[in-house]
Ligand binder design. Sequence first.
Ligand SMILES: Cc1cc2nc3c(=O)[nH]c(=O)nc-3n(C[C@H](O)[C@H](O)[C@H](O)COP(=O)(O)OP(=O)(O)OC[C@H]3O[C@@H](n4cnc5c(N)ncnc54)[C@H](O)[C@@H]3O)c2cc1C
Length: 333
Amino acid sequence: MTNKENSGILIYAQLTRDEYIHTVFYELVDKAHELSKKLGKVDVNAVIFARPGLVDSFKESFQNKGLNKVFYFEDDNLRDYSTDYYSKLLVDLVGVVKPEILLIGATNQGRDLAPRVSSMLCTGLTADCIDLDINEKGQLAATRPTFGGQLMATILCKNYPQMATVRPNVFKINQDINYFDTEMVSCPVNIAYLPKRVEVLDFEKTLDSVINELDSAEIIVAGGKGLKNKKGFELLEQFAKTIGGTVAATRGAVEMGLAPVSIQVGQTGKTVHPKLYIACALSGAIQHTVGMSGSDYIIAINNDENAEIFDIADCGIVGDVFEILPEYIKRKI
Ligand SMILES: Cc1cc2nc3c(=O)[nH]c(=O)nc-3n(C[C@H](O)[C@H](O)[C@H](O)COP(=O)(O)OP(=O)(O)OC[C@H]3O[C@@H](n4cnc5c(N)ncnc54)[C@H](O)[C@@H]3O)c2cc1C
């Protein structure tokens, strides 16, 4: 364990291809303020990489999120994500700023960057966390599913910075303004001597990269294997339409070819927290519930009264979806 000369929380602000800051950053900032209080109000700072002239346009959102400092690197070579450049600059910054915690979103980019940075810093990384806390010794307690999702493990890191990645949508964004006169710190981009091993020629959008409606849905109607076939999912879609909901699926349903993987919820799918989650004919396996248990209100419909989904549901209906859903559709609730 290193001496604790490290202090504060540093969060990586990822830019999307459309030059927005990825929402997972704002989710992490709000969680970081919570952690900061438990650590005795340490600084919550951010780091961002961008093309020249871009970062100033985000200053107000950084201030409204109560960040103490934002360290920014602007250069033409940083316009597109580069594992070599970004990891080198982030490692250099950590050497100077010495945060005790470094948080990165578990996006495709974050999943590439975080392990590289942690190995360069010889520190530990807990990936794909579903919760973060500070334990009684002031250490980051990072919780993630393990053993194929059968168990939740809370992992401590022996070295500094203690690193974690968190999937988008795990934490809620706090809408309250937490204004601070954020200091914007321009950092030198010392990468000229690094070989350019990868050149980005073009980007092509895949279906999965198109913003998924589930991210912002207030009502989600999820279907499982109990819907049996495509007709069952059509019934689910009709029901969702009736109540203004968005359809999601379990991995079981996806594997049966009833739904596309882009709407799978759970450990290997999306994490969602709508106001209302209606779970239809799905058992409530932990690999599914880790992705939806943060919903405000959960209704479960299952014909097995012992189904695990009832353990986390606010309201349970024991019955056959093929009888219950048509009845609701007929009544147009
Ligand atoms: C490493 C790993 C990662 C995984 N990741 C995910 C993930 O991201 N998301 C995910 O969902 N799963 C994931 N899984 C799979 C998970 O373990 C379960 O197998 C899956 O969630 C089960 O899907 P299901 O609930 O649709 O099917 P089942 O478990 O078969 O449940 C079907 C349910 O439908 C009910 N039912 C049947 N007919 C009717 C009817 N007519 N009316 C009402 N109810 C009915 C049954 O009682 C039953 O409870 C993962 C598994 C592993 C090992």
